[in-house]
Design a protein around this ligand. Sequence first.
Ligand code: 13P
Ligand code: ZN
Length: 274
Amino acid sequence: MAILNCKFIQGFMRMCQDGFEQGWHERNGGNLSYRMADSEVAEVSPYLSKDAPMMPIGVAVPELRSEYFLVTGSGKFFRNVIIDPLDSIGIIKLDDKGENYQLCWGFVNGGRPTSELPSHLMNHEVKKKKDSKYRVIYHSHTTNVIVLTFVLPLTAEVFTRELWEMATECPVVFPDGVGVVPWMVPGGKDIAVASSKLMEKYDVIVWAHHGIFCAGPDFDITFGLCHTVEKSAEILVKMLAISPTKRQTILPDEFRALAKDFKVSLPEQFLYEK
Ligand code: 13P
Ligand code: ZN
């Protein structure tokens, strides 16, 4: 089917497969959404149905009114996306208030968008308002990040600083740091509101004992961000398995020197003396 050859659908499916191969998507774990550009909507328009019933989103996202999103389905497995995309993914359109959605394509065997749609759309809304280039929201069950939520204090300060220390590239890849949402019931409005507040400031937020949400302008940047954070978390988990303390690490003044040469600004909030 020609629609599946569209670049954004190919990129979406590749990202699902990449995440699965990393081990971040057991069963139906994780979800992905992509805010389509007008040119992409026009490209797939002949394939879109326009008369499906409106369904409530559960939150209001007026800034996203009438926009189209490619999303993974609730209960669908990332490992199946590449072999059966018509079953696993779908395109939805929001109504002119940003309160309801309509299925336009996909989920051919029945189904609906991810249960985390409220979090995805509220995060998209925050990011679009700040920078209209942002189009991707990605939720994954990154093993090592989850491990850390059992042993580190659940603060942005500690998570950011510890992850920055584990790999020199980290402060350059996520200079704004990492936000942390305490454990909350997933899938609803409350966790969507808490997440979107943090998305005002961060491109990465950790959900305690659950996973991570990343935002970005395209699939490469968003996947790469998640990959970098999780790799750093893996190094920290391995380090902590060897020793509870570090013999040496990157120091605040060294981060300041890095920031200068790499032309990023690192908030002093994360460069505290230990
Ligand atoms: P969905 O299958 O509804 O996308 O849920 C998976 C998940 O990770 C919930 O947080
Ligand atoms: Zn999840």
